[in-house]
Ligand binder design. Structure first.
Ligand code: BES
Ligand code: MN
Ligand code: ZN
Length: 496
């Protein structure tokens, strides 16, 4: 969708469709919708007075203006009760309006955007654009039939009333576009099937981003990681014919800036390995690289938004498959940290590849390490598909994540890493087992990872639930969600 900013008045602006919003009655009409209403002989206020349109949250109604206005159509969308309004509802409303326009086959529309009391104007513009672009996302890459029936909006004009409005609208638009583009890239990678989105494909994508944004990149082959001593990553990778890749992407390298390491689980398909998973829903396990996708997308956005940090994105990428070369339950692996792990289940592979990735991140002396991983089914049981499991060893970093979460609407909930549960991953034969009990499975996964970050402030985000969803949400369609991308971007933006 092409989005531009123009100065203009909604009641005078010719377009295919004019988008207007209203709070729930009896809130009086104000701003652009009021101006349009006046010009339209009270059409909208009459409608509301009669109770035909109440302005309830996401209520949408399409009208034909029949030359009463230069706009051919008007779409009114409800924002709900004024006192309950926030940016999350705003993103949802933008999305719902966008989906309605798209599904109606309308190709062009204008939206008069205006400041709202109590909300930052650039955030208002950014959230509108973000909600809209995330809401109209569709994954059609592999559909070949009836492609002409795929509907897309071609153009949006954001209308500013005064000259001074143009700047904040344009600023919000730019940030919204960059952020949505990053999230949609992550969604594409997650929705892409594992026969296409292989570790090699992820590495190529990272290479492409590195090139476009002047970033440093290293792609370590499995043989190199073996020589370095990454016994855990190698063990998982060696069961597959698809070569594993250990991807390290760096933004702002060598500029003396504070370093933050972002580590993303990149299992492009998780069959469980020798401890094979039940076949039901196994197709979902193509999303097991959602952490890596989020890291890649965050680096792309960080570079476009010119964040003043040295960011190191570490993405261990491999399939987890059974074969004659696969690692087996009972195997003992030597990790890069030197610590040893007894494999109880080859299906607890995420913590293995992450253990080496976390240790590897330490060589950059990061101020903070944040890992994202579709780590445990237990986290899905605990928190469902709406909430990210949040773990960490540093109160101030945990707080930063929670603040970012409140802004972006990507919900997080803290779970503890208490030592009592460490008992469950002690091994008779090695330093740790890779599996504890089924009970507290998400916590035990987190405790395992904590053994590889030494004393560095670290946060672990278990995104197994929200990485892909069955039931759509206001601006998140079914499938891969790109969860974590907006959270990380917001975290970096707000970093003090
Ligand atoms: N990728 C899975 C976790 C997962 C499960 C993500 C469901 C999304 C939906 C992970 O590798 C895994 O298999 N974890 C095991 C760990 C267990 C063996 C300790 C699990 O959760 O069952
Ligand atoms: Mn697994
Ligand atoms: Zn997995």
């Amino acid at each position: 969708m092409d989005i531009k900013v123009e100065r203009g008045r909604p009641e005078k602006y010719p377009c295919e469709l004019l988008l207007l919003f209203s709070f729930e009655s009896p809130e009086p009409l104000e701003g652009p919708i009021q101006n349009v209403d006046l010009k339209w002989k009270g059409f909208i206020s009459t409608l509301m007075k009669q109770g035909d349109f109440k302005g309830e949250l996401f209520e949408t109604r399409l009208f034909y203006t029949q030359d009463a206005l230069p706009a051919k159509r008007v779409l009114v969308t409800g924002l709900g009760k004024k006192g309950e309004f926030d940016l999350e509802k705003w993103r949802g409303a933008a999305s719902k309006a966008g989906q309605y326009i798209r599904n109606s086959g309308i190709k062009q529309f204008a939206f008069p955007i205006k400041k709202l009391e109590g909300l930052l104007e650039t955030e208002l513009a950014e959230s509108f654009v973000t909600g809209l672009l995330l809401g109209v996302y569709q994954f059609n890459e592999f559909k070949t039939l009836e492609r002409d029936k795929i509907k897309e909006i071609g153009e949006l004009v954001l209308l500013g009333e005064k000259d001074e409005d143009i700047k904040w609208i344009a600023d919000g638009l730019r940030a919204g576009q960059i952020i949505s583009e990053a999230v949609c890239m992550a969604r594409d990678l997650v929705n892409g099937p594992s026969n296409e989105i292989t570790p090699t494909a992820l590495a190529e994508k990272a290479q492409q981003i590195a090139k476009e944004h002047n970033m440093e990149i290293q792609i370590l082959e499995v043989s190199q990681t073996e020589a370095m001593g990454m016994g855990a990553f190698v063990a998982v990778a060696k069961g597959s014919q698809e070569p594993g890749k250990f991807i390290v992407l760096e933004y702002n390298k060598g500029k003396g800036l504070d370093t933050i390491a972002l580590v993303g689980k990149g299992i492009t398909f998780d069959s469980g390995g020798i401890s094979i998973k039940p076949s039901e829903n196994m197709d979902r396990m193509k999303d097991d690289m959602s952490g890596a996708a989020a890291v890649l997308a965050t680096l792309q956005a960080a570079s476009k938004l010119q964040f003043p940090f040295h960011l190191v994105g570490i993405m261990p990428a491999t399939e987890n498959l059974p074969s004659g070369k696969a690692y087996k339950p009972g195997d003992i692996l030597k990790t890069l940290s030197g610590q040893t792990v007894e494999v109880i289940s080859t299906d607890a592979e995420g913590r293995l590849i992450l253990s080496d990735a976390l240790t590897y991140s330490l060589r950059y002396q990061p101020k903070a390490i944040i890992d994202l991983a579709t780590l445990t089914g237990a986290c899905v049981i605990a928190l469902g598909d709406f909430v990210i499991g949040l773990f960490g060893n540093d109160e101030s970093l945990l707080k930063k994540i929670e603040e970012a979460s409140a802004k972006t609407g990507e919900k997080v909930w803290r779970l503890p890493l208490w030592d009592e549960y460490f008992e469950y991953i002690k091994s008779d034969a090695a330093d740790f087992r890779n599996v504890g009990t089924r009970a507290a499975g998400a916590i035990i996964g987190g405790i395992f990872l904590s053994k590889f970050v030494e004393k560095v402030p670290w946060v672990h985000l278990d995104i197994a639930g929200p990485a892909s969803i069955e039931k759509e949400r206001p601006y998140i369609p079914r499938g891969g969600t790109g969860v974590g991308v907006r959270l990380l971007i917001q975290l970096l933006r707000g970093w003090k």
